[in-house]
Design a binder for this molecule. Sequence first.
Ligand code: AMP
Length: 302
Amino acid sequence: MADVLVVGSVALDSVATPFGKVREVLGGSATYFSYAASFFTTVRLVATVGDDFPDEHLVLLKERGVDMTGLQMSRGRTFRWVGEYGYDLNEARTLDTQLNVFADFKPVLPSPLKKTPFLFLANIAPELQLDVLRQMERPHLVALDTMNFWIQGKREALLRVLAEVDALLINDGEARQLAQEPNLIKAARSILKFGPRTVVVKRGEYGAVMVSDDHFFFVPAYPLESVFDPTGAGDTFAGGFMGYLASQGVVDQATIRRAIVYGSVMASFTVEDFSLRRLTRLTTAEVERRYAAFQELVRFDI
Ligand code: AMP
């Protein structure tokens, strides 16, 4: 079993969906990632929060065994994101992004963290992703996530870091935007030319597709009847994906396929409630039951 290091946002989110709304709840790409991955392996978190960040959120992550030595407490306000969803829950509309303490965050990795074998560059400024990657000592696997905010605003820096990663996890709209290509499969193929050997495209309620030079794989999403808030689904997917791969220590086609299913399993829980609420009630037994349900879901030769 290997450890995973993640750099990304730790946030206070305000979210409205057709089913309710919440203000300044725990969110952030690195938060969802860490919590989900902690079901599979030990996670080390690199991020920053302001002096307004509630202690109880830190306790939540510590209780999951997340190594917080890479979390910097800075003077100022924590990163904030405000978003909303319409009845089509697949697309978040960002109403406000306040980088706050992330605007001048300079991560300095404590030495033991530099040797972590699995690295996840979660959604955050690409310069920060590159800065962390450069401090690492030859990780075994590096994966990256990003979003429209950075594809539009920091394309050059994003392409620089993309050239150095093994896998990209990205949602469908953003894959089209990054590749400037409307067809999703063509978009994924052209992203391979930017550097990553594997591209995993997350398609919300339509599942996920994996494309590499020699392989193609698809999983549906778990058919849920009550989707409450999709925020964090992508990061939770990534946490399940990387957490499982790290727990196996081996990255081959078989483990990648199972990791995509574990990613889908974890994401299917996150969307059942606001913030990390569903994840905090989740048990390993439930994870395994839903994994088995996925196996049943895609078996057609009976
Ligand atoms: P997702 O998994 O794509 O739904 O990610 C949702 C999380 O991403 C929220 O908890 C936000 O706090 C965080 N987020 C939103 N915009 C950004 C951004 N520009 N950079 C980093 N994190 C963000």
